[in-house]
Write a new protein. Structure first.
Length: 752
């Protein structure tokens, strides 16, 4: 299995072009930086490489002096601004903010609003590719490069300077506006074709270009001049102007109200309400009135947001690759979503034969090399994940010797990676403010790809160890290194000067991005949404096991938010996102411009479907929120595959068991054990997963709990309640249907 790692088999032309974490100081003068009992290096191992362009040249962040000391976000929708992937393009690749798209060029910022998708890549990919309607700039601007001059949770400010003229432009997810500041010349907007003027009121101009409607707003007293495809305005001593894409020409007056309420930043705040079994998130834009006193604004909500808010929305809508976006009038909105819990393992039942389970566990624990020769960060992670999932099963089998051996394997491998000087270690890159594991894999070093995928396995494995050995997980022991990986991949702090805020997770898009550089004309991408969720589930279990409620709640927010995005944008569960004419029922990869029924390494349908399932853990229960979507997904897989799965049968049986456990068990038993386990799976885990769910039923996600480590299952009208208590005191878990479950200290419990 290879996930988001190789040159795509079917890449289109468009795709090629801390709260809760102790901050440890960087010791720049030391080659080895101690962290508790572990350490990382501040120098790459001999012969290894760091971030580089596609020609092998080293790269450093393209930022202005104003933010030179700030940790640089990578793996974002706009990261090509700061990570120059191609030596010949010092500006950016296409960036997909939605509803607008952007591309930095020498003369300023290209702006587009693609509304007509194309089906490309042998009919496997749909895309709303960037096409410039306007180029926004300052007259005469010819900048040698574009740099980032600031950023916030989902906005960024590119900066151009050519010695005589400057341009700053703040753009963001969901914003229909571009907020510009220019010096050294008139405001200038160059159109891709002759504009049709539908409104002209001096400093406010309405134009239609390429079928899209735009409002252009200059300071009061200014006047826009239209000459062919060049539109300009003397700013009258001021330095600001804005442009907005309009849902229709009649909306110009509504948008004029907010034209000078410039966005200066964006912030998300989340709160896990355990009693309600829900997580609330508030998304706020910070604004500054450049003219007048208006400080409100307009923002377009993605489908995963407007489905989960009760805040009032306008009648305005936009087209996007994620389905319809709906416009909110106001500087903030709040979403609220029910939380699906995470378990260390499925509950114990009589359907699992303990002797057989123990025998199957021994196939892994007794192997000559339980890690199957893994040496890099990703494949080591897969091995850690496989072994970690067997620890709770060994306990259920009553095989404490196997449990302890498995825990020893986890500790040994983690400690090896958490200590400088062996064949594997982590190294801190001070230019990019990132922790890179060596040996690296699939661009995790040179492209800063996939840290959330790789490190999620380490966090999950460490959480299972912490559940059984809290002292091992202490900051003064090995927990400090676990937190370094968390800070690198999912840092909840905006004031940490060592790592950026939530490196891979795009809070507004609702999911993570995998490419560190975003160096594609189709924007950024993510293939294995399920490996992203694996990190979030690991955070929930790690935070619960170590008493760090801040990290636990971060995991709850990330998992719950991404779960809804996966349901909508990967699985199209409501069948409202994929455009008309796109025949596929799911995508293996989401791109900024759309989605693709493919993977980075194969066109095999089993792996296209399975890559968004693995690894199957107690964090996978959220997938059962829409059982009809699972059934439809698997039916389409068989249609494309010409029959039932062959290569990744175990993963796909486990996926099926989340919707129809009886059918999954029948398929599993009909196989007779002839299958080869997927590299991150084991026969023991698959046997336990399928037989347990066949006994107690699929997850019942309609019932929530006041604990994030609790879940409900239902079969034939009978519910089974399960929970794990990580604390040293007995706990009573209350479910939303009124049922209570007493859980002893540091134990799992279940009942019906």
């Amino acid at each position: 299995m290879r996930t988001h790692r190789r040159i795509p088999l079917l890449l289109t032309a468009a795709a090629t072009a801390v709260a809760g974490i102790g901050l440890l100081p960087v010791q720049a003068s030391a080659a080895e930086v101690p962290v508790g009992l572990g350490s990382y290096s501040d120098t790459r191992p001999a012969g290894e490489s760091g971030p580089e362009n596609n020609m092998g040249g080293a790269v450093t962040p393209k930022v202005t002096d104003a933010v030179a000391d700030e940790p640089v976000p990578t793996n974002d929708w706009w990261s090509s601004l700061v990570f120059q992937r191609y030596p010949g393009n010092p500006y950016s690749e296409a960036m997909y903010g939605h509803p607008l798209t952007y591309k930095a060029v020498s003369g300023g910022l290209e702006v587009g609003y693609p509304t007509n998708p194309t089906i490309v890549g042998d009919d496997r990919q749909y895309e709303y590719a960037h096409r410039a309607d306007l180029t926004l700039g300052v007259s005469g601007l010819a900048s040698p490069d574009t740099k980032a001059d600031g950023w916030s949770d989902w906005t960024v400010t590119p900066y151009w300077a050519d010695g005589s003229r400057t341009l700053r432009a703040t753009i963001g997810h969901g914003s229909p506006f571009v907020y510009a500041e220019g010096t050294g010349g008139d405001a200038q907007v160059t159109t891709a074709s002759a504009p049709e003027v539908f409104a002209d009121d001096g400093n406010v101009l309405g134009v239609t270009v390429g079928g899209n409607h735009y409002g252009l707003f200059a300071p009061s007293g200014s006047d826009w001049d239209v000459s062919g495809t060049r539109i300009s305005a003397d700013l009258g001593g001021e330095e600001y102007f804005s442009v907005a894409v309009l849902p229709d020409a009649d909306a110009l007056a509504d948008y004029r109200t907010y034209a000078f309420s410039f966005v200066t930043g964006s912030d998300v705040e989340w709160e896990y309400d355990s009693a309600a079994g829900a997580v609330d998130a508030t998304y706020t834009l910070r604004t500054e009135a450049r003219e007048g006193s208006e400080t409100g604004t307009l923002q377009a909500l993605y489908r995963h947001q407007w489905l989960n808010t009760t805040d009032e929305l306008t009648s305005h809508t936009y087209v996007s690759p994620r389905g319809t976006m709906k416009v909110r009038e106001g500087a903030s909105f709040t979403t609220s979503q029910a939380v699906t819990g995470v378990l260390p393992g499925l509950p114990e039942t009589s359907a699992v034969n303990k002797d057989r389970l123990a025998e199957l566990i021994a196939e892994v624990s007794g192997a000559a090399d339980p890690f199957d020769g893994a040496s890099d960060t990703y494949w080591t992670g897969k091995g850690l994940g496989k072994i970690a999932q067997l620890v709770p099963l060994a306990e259920q089998a009553g095989d404490t010797a196997a449990r302890d051996k498995l825990l020893g394997l986890l500790k040994g491998k983690l400690e090896q990676w958490f200590t400088v000087g062996g064949g594997a270690e982590f190294s801190y890159d001070k230019d990019w403010r990132t922790l890179i594991g060596y040996p690296a894999s699939y661009g995790s070093d040179k492209e800063l790809n996939d840290h959330h995928f790789h490190y999620g396995y380490y966090v999950m494995a460490a959480a299972i160890v912490a559940q059984h050995d809290p002292e091992w997980a202490g900051d003064s022991a090995w927990g400090g290194m676990v937190k370094e990986l968390i800070r690198d991949s999912a840092n909840p702090s905006r004031t940490d000067d060592k790592y950026p805020f939530l490196r891979g997770f795009d809070v507004y898009a609702g999911h993570s991005w995998a490419a560190g550089h975003q160096g594609f004309a189709a924007g950024n991408n993510q293939e294995s949404s399920s490996e992203s969720v694996n990190l979030s589930a690991g955070l929930i279990l790690w935070g619960s096991a170590t008493g760090d409620t801040s990290l636990r709640d971060l995991g709850v927010y990330l998992l719950t938010t991404e779960s809804e995005s996966i349901r909508q944008y990967w699985f199209d569960a409501d069948e409202e996102v994929f455009p008309e004419g796109y025949s596929h029922k799911t995508v293996g990869m989401v791109w900024g411009s759309g989605g693709s029924y493919s993977t980075w390494w194969t066109a095999n349908p089993e792996e296209i479907h399975g890559i968004n399932v693995l690894p199957v853990t107690g964090g996978s229960l959220h997938l059962a929120r829409d059982k009809a979507a699972i059934t439809r997904n698997l039916a389409y897989l068989e249609q494309q595959n010409g029959g039932p799965p062959v290569e990744w049968r175990d993963l796909l049986w486990e996926f099926q068991a989340l919707a129809d456990p009886a059918a999954a068990k029948a398929a599993y038993e009909a196989d007779g054990g002839t299958y080869t386990p997927e590299e991150g799976e084991s026969r023991a885990h698959t046997y336990h997963w399928i037989h347990t769910l066949a006994e107690i039923g699929a997850p019942d996600t309609d019932v929530t709990a006041d604990s994030p480590t609790a879940a409900v299952f239902a079969k034939d009208g009978t519910r089974t309640y399960a929970a794990h208590n990580h604390t040293d005191a007995p706990q009573t878990v209350t479910f939303s249907d009124g049922t209570t479950l007493d859980v002893p200290a540091r134990s799992s419990a279940s009942g019906n």
